[in-house]
Design a protein around this ligand. Sequence first.
Ligand code: ADP
Length: 450
Amino acid sequence: MFNKILVANRGEIALRVIRAAREMGIASVAVHSTADSDAMHVRMADESVCVGPPSSAQSYLSIPSIIAACEITGAEAIHPGYGFLSENAAFVQVIEDHGLTFIGPTAEHIRVMGDKITAKETMRKLGVPCVPGSDGGVANLADARALGEEMGYPVIIKATAGGGGKGMKVAQTAADMERAFQTARAEGQSNFGNDEVYIEKYLTTPRHIEIQVFGDGKGRAVHLGERDCSLQRRHQKVFEEAPGPAITAEERARIGKVCADAMADINYIGAGTIEFLYEDGEFYFIEMNTRLQVEHPVTEAIFGVDLVREQIRVASGMDMSFVQEDLHINGHAIEVRINAEKLPNFSPCPGRITQYHAPGGLGVRMDSALYDGYSIPPYYDSLIGKLIVHGRDRPEALARLNRALGELIVDGVDTTIPLFDALLQEKDIHTGEYNIHWLEHWLENLSADA
Ligand code: ADP
């Protein structure tokens, strides 16, 4: 096992990793930008190294600075969290070249899954069901039009390098195709430096269901059920739950096994998430994330496992601490993302926290790097906390969410807390009847009423 690891991230996810390391008796090194000198992850780690100025490009994304921080402190392995360098294959290569260990999958798996076209091809060959669409990239508008006719509208044009909801455009009819095709290409080019796009059938009322997988890199892999992340705004998740209210035990066992077998086949190591759209009882693969997800705690809650601990274990060469037969679902868990954003436009709202009080009690987990008097810097993501609740069943989890939201105080900045208070008044949230468009429609109606 490692003696010391470096956490190449900030905010709540850096704390999450530091906490797991401490429980394992492993020393932790935080890295930070000059804007984050008084951040909680710096205070909680055993050591810290300043790696650059506020801009992430020069700090949290600076591979030479992070490697240097490892060498200065004698850290043996790097946990990337999510975002930043977590899905950067070149980073993994540099880490290995320096005789260090990346706590995550191989550079090759990151590369294959990071390109959505090769990811889909790979998954199809492994027997994972995919969304119908183009065979690989679509080179020009004429081909895109021909495909649109053949598949039938609506279709979605996606940048192969896309992520975070960027580089995706829907063409509802043939008349939309030119604009959608050109915009998806332009967004792919400007955000990811790659203008290759592909086309998929646009599913009209699916749910977003993702399967948590975990492999040991030696041909053994398990699944930890699904998360339903259908409540999204601009393709970004805001509310996640496990198990999925629409998924039966049989469906879970079936798709879970397909995913676990695929991961065993490729000797996948560490945590991964295989994302699907789910409509009329069918699963359609859309992409794989080769890292820990923001919403991993709902899975931890219902399975009673520490996914970060497992990541560190397998990266050090140990076996996973469980096999498939050990994994049983206990109850229901929900996560809501607390962002420093001003409603109704969700505009970022950095600033000084004048008061912070985290909720507590049975079945409540608050993952946040906030503290009284902390100033949220304007340079990074607006996620400032995740409230996770766990109950014996879905109604109990919802009641607990309501209770915990009532206890949570974040003063000084605007947050998304009122959004969740309002959502809990909605019948559809209580019956679990929602799909990937529900939240957008609901928000549109709100602003129309206002
Ligand atoms: P990103 O990598 O940007 O997160 P994904 O491919 O994971 O993009 O898709 C994000 C979201 O976009 C999905 O959760 C879903 O809401 C929507 N989406 C993606 N593909 C389709 C599709 N073929 N039909 C309908 N919606 C889609």
